[in-house]
Design a protein around this ligand. Structure first.
Ligand SMILES: C[S@@+](CC[C@H](N)C(=O)[O-])C[C@H]1O[C@@H](n2cnc3c(N)ncnc32)[C@H](O)[C@@H]1O
Length: 193
């Protein structure tokens, strides 16, 4: 049978916590899989904010949303901006009220994309710190990490260390990882107290 993939594991954790009408964030929209999942999860009364530094990601994500426009989705606002700018981009009335922020680090997984454009440790940590400050109590952050590509190993180690050092009074942090393959993707999640 096998265990859940890291992506399915992240979706499971989020879907167990979000409800219709919630405000949520896809911090790395890529091709829009997580954006669509979030837009379905929070429904027409909710809202998804999405970030990516590549225009191609915004186009691919918008196409995916348009293809699914016949199903009930939330409004989605996409920003061609770094997730490190979340604090100045997400409207202030939502600060402290986000239910979920999903990160899927690494490169844009489309056929034509430049695989050298990857998430960078410093901005990822700024974005994660910001996301934690914007969550409501009980809200969740999920991070899928890719230690198997150049640059990914260092970023994955830094994010894992960041999550490990968060005070238990602030958030509970967990890891979901295949132990026999050190280069396989893994997931970290934080639930805010
Ligand atoms: C692994 S992909 C995300 C996959 C996506 N969840 C999907 O369903 O296809 C990582 C994305 O992060 C984006 N990215 C890189 N640096 C970023 C930053 N500072 N802020 C936001 N997105 C960034 C990349 O352009 C890429 O599209």
């Amino acid at each position: 049978m096998g265990f859940l993939s890291v992506l399915s594991f992240a979706h499971k954790l989020v879907s167990e916590r979000v409800a219709s009408g919630d405000i949520v964030v896809d911090a790395t929209i890529g091709t829009g899989t997580d954006t669509l999942f979030l837009a379905r999860s929070v429904g027409p009364r909710g809202h998804v904010f999405g970030f990516d530094i590549q225009r191609e990601a915004l186009i691919l994500t918008q196409q995916r949303l348009d293809h699914n426009a016949n199903t009930p989705l939330s409004p989605v606002t996409l920003f061609a901006q770094s997730h490190a700018d979340m604090i100045t981009t997400i409207p202030i009335q939502h600060h402290g009220h986000l239910t979920a922020v999903m990160f899927n680090l690494g490169y844009l997984p489309s056929g034509t994309s430049d695989k050298h454009i990857i998430t960078m440790t410093d901005s990822s940590i700024v974005a994660l710190d910001t996301a934690l400050s914007l969550l409501k109590p009980g809200g969740i952050i999920t991070v899928v990490l890719y230690p198997g590509h150049p640059g990914g190993e260092q970023e994955a180690a830094a994010v894992t260390a960041w999550a490990s050092h968060i005070e238990q009074s602030v958030a509970q942090t967990i890891i979901y990882r295949q132990l026999q393959r050190s280069d396989s993707p893994y997931a970290i999640a934080l639930e805010k107290k």
